[in-house]
Design a protein around this ligand. Structure first.
Ligand SMILES: Cc1ncc(COP(=O)(O)O)c(C=O)c1O
Length: 390
């Protein structure tokens, strides 16, 4: 029989839908997928070349549990240059994706019953990772008029003496919204005042559009820095999802605990991928920006078309690669109880894959990813329009 801990968690709904869409495609069905949580670009050539070189040189053994020193040094430099926050190598753990960095974080800071405040909508894995650490996810409803960003008033209303941490994700998956400096400062000041950890998931940091800027909450004051654990990785910015490299930047004591855990769980993140990530940081010459520009064009195209579909509201994104679309009107029209029924029907009847907002705690929305070509964005959205307005 399964443990109580594992019985408490759900498999990733986003991965499940993506897998079903892939299986249909392989069976010859012409599925257009807006499900992707990953860039559709190949990993840039210079990164692939660096990895091949390292294999040929024989860098194929174990590394230190928390990763190679050169990569930690490069990450510290990056955090200083991009985020304006100072870290030492002994504050960095390199992990198997940002997912493992989050797993390590919750394992390191939570005791049974500790509460973690999570804004709704939230990325699908946060509550489950909190639960596997015997923590309690506490969902904080956000408001449309605040673009679904958390406010101090909402956090304060949810705070108890068991509140141990909050999760901030900017740019946000699924909404695409980006927190501004004054919003972050207010939240950071509140967290410091109440001795609450801030877990700042900055994985979409490089994907911001227009004149919007990504700001790391850790950069706003020394006190906030001390209470922040930054989570980041190479999956989204460098099109390296399958290489599985992420990292945490945290106070030394927490880092030691995470390192010790990781040394038993996975020994070290993939060695070759660590060298690839090192090259990604050290030899980058415009590739990340080139991908960002393409994403921005696609976002504009998607927003333009979505805004012409009748009876639909959406959250105007400023970052990441998703548009959250409110389908309340159509759920009523077709007598669906939730977006997951709509998503299921769209996949079966219109060969369109979308992620139902149920996965993010917003069950009248669907999430459309624009990590796909402009031609498929146009054709896929026309299919959605035809399906909804039939
Ligand atoms: C908000 C957010 N955080 C973390 C991750 C994990 O990324 P990875 O484990 O590939 O580094 C994802 C991936 O979808 C994400 O969307």
């Amino acid at each position: 029989m399964l443990s109580n801990r594992i019985q408490k968690i759900q498999p990733s709904m986003t991965l499940a839908i993506t897998a079903k869409a892939k299986a249909l495609k392989q069976a010859g069905v012409d599925v257009i997928s807006f499900g992707a949580g990953e860039p559709d670009f190949p990993t840039p050539r210079y990164i692939r070349d660096a990895a091949i070189e390292k294999v040929e040189e024989g860098h194929i053994g174990y590394t230190a549990a928390s990763g190679i020193l050169e990569l930690k040094t490069a990450i510290c430099k990056k955090l200083q240059a991009d985020q304006g926050v100072g870290y030492q190598e002994n504050q960095i753990v390199i992990s198997t994706g940002a997912k493992q960095a989050l797993f390590n974080t919750f394992q390191a800071i939570l005791n049974p019953g500790d509460e973690v405040l999570i804004g709704v909508p939230y990325w699908v894995s946060y509550p489950e990772l909190v639960k596997v650490a015997d923590g309690v996810p506490v969902f904080v409803e956000t408001k449309e008029e605040n673009q679904y960003k958390l406010t101090v008033a909402e956090l304060e209303a949810a705070r108890t003496d068991k509140t141990k941490a909050i999760i901030l994700n900017s740019p946000n998956n699924p909404t695409g919204v980006v927190y501004m400096e004054k919003e972050l400062l207010a939240i950071g000041t509140w967290a410091v005042e109440h001795d609450i950890w801030i877990i700042s998931d900055e994985i979409y940091e490089k994907l911001v559009y227009g004149d919007v800027e990504h700001i790391s909450i850790a950069s706003l004051s020394k006190e906030i820095h001390k209470k922040t654990i930054i989570i980041n990785g190479f999956s989204k910015a460098y099109a390296m999802t399958g290489w599985r490299i992420g990292y945490s930047a945290a106070p030394v004591e927490i880092t030691k605990g995470m390192t010790s855990l990781q040394s038993h769980v996975s020994s070290n993140p993939n060695t070759i991928s660590q060298y690839a990530a090192l090259a990604a940081l050290e030899k980058e010459s415009g590739e990340v920006e080139a991908m960002r520009v393409v994403f921005e064009k696609r976002k504009e195209l998607m927003v333009k078309i979505v805004s012409t579909i009748p009876e639909i509201q959406f959250i105007d994104p400023q970052g990441a690669f998703y548009v959250m679309v409110d389908c309340s009107y159509y759920l009523k029209k077709f007598h669906f109880d939730s977006a997951s029924e709509l998503a299921q029907a769209m996949l079966e009847e219109a060969s369109i894959a979308v992620i139902p907002g149920d996965a993010f705690g917003m069950n009248t929305y669907i999430r459309l990813s624009y990590a796909t070509s402009e031609a498929l964005i146009e054709e896929g959205l026309e299919r959605i329009r035809a399906y909804l307005t039939r």
